[in-house]
Design a protein around this ligand. Sequence first.
Ligand code: ATP
Length: 240
Amino acid sequence: MSENILKIQGLKVAYGGIKAVKGIDLEVNKGELVTLIGANGAGKTTTLKAITGTLPDCSVEGVISYMGQPLKGKHSFQLVEQKLAMVPEGRGVFTRMSIYENLQMGAYTRNDKAGIEADIEKWFTVFPRLKERASQLAGTLSGGEQQMLAMARALMCHPTLLLLDEPSMGLSPIMVEKIFEVIRDVSKQGITILLVEQNAKLALQAADRGYVMDSGAVIMTGNADDMLHDPRVQAAYLGE
Ligand code: ATP
């Protein structure tokens, strides 16, 4: 039987009178790459924020479990200690720190100095642009470079579960390709991933399974390849 890494049951989120998420169930099993797709405002980011406990003051109902334990009330640093990492929409890099310092911060739960250095070098090989700019302040990087840095920083804690919110947003086609190449590689290494994306085609091509959200509800779920070939998904989300 597959092992649940993340399990969401009956999640409801309301911002005052706005019901952003209306009782969804979602599961991510060990080693899977699962994508959550849907139009603007469908409730995808709200769902991710509910997992990480970073929603603003609003009403939240339901149960979210990570590795069999409820997540409610956990602080961000506790999540990183438990190897749950998130790359938020808008990246969230430390703008007044250098690239190198951002990567070190990503490893703050580790104390294997040599391993951390080796990982930083590994990411510099994957993203040579970061290496060239290692001492540059992260706030001065382009959007694409910040995305690379945010991803590398999240991976520095060797996460069990990686949450990605719209990693392709605002990037050039070449950068989107590069970021998805890294996502597929990370997935092949066995890291479990929940990927929120508006680029449904790329997301479904990379994923094992998918969920479609619309107006706060999950309206479809299944094998990603089947969804790619589903005429309803093609018409509504793939522009075909
Ligand atoms: P996008 O791709 O545009 O980010 P999304 O699927 O991630 O869309 P959410 O950002 O989760 O959607 O938004 C879901 C709904 O909740 C939208 O109607 C949005 O306007 C509303 N919403 C999101 N954040 C807040 C907030 N802080 N206060 C009030 N309403 C909010």
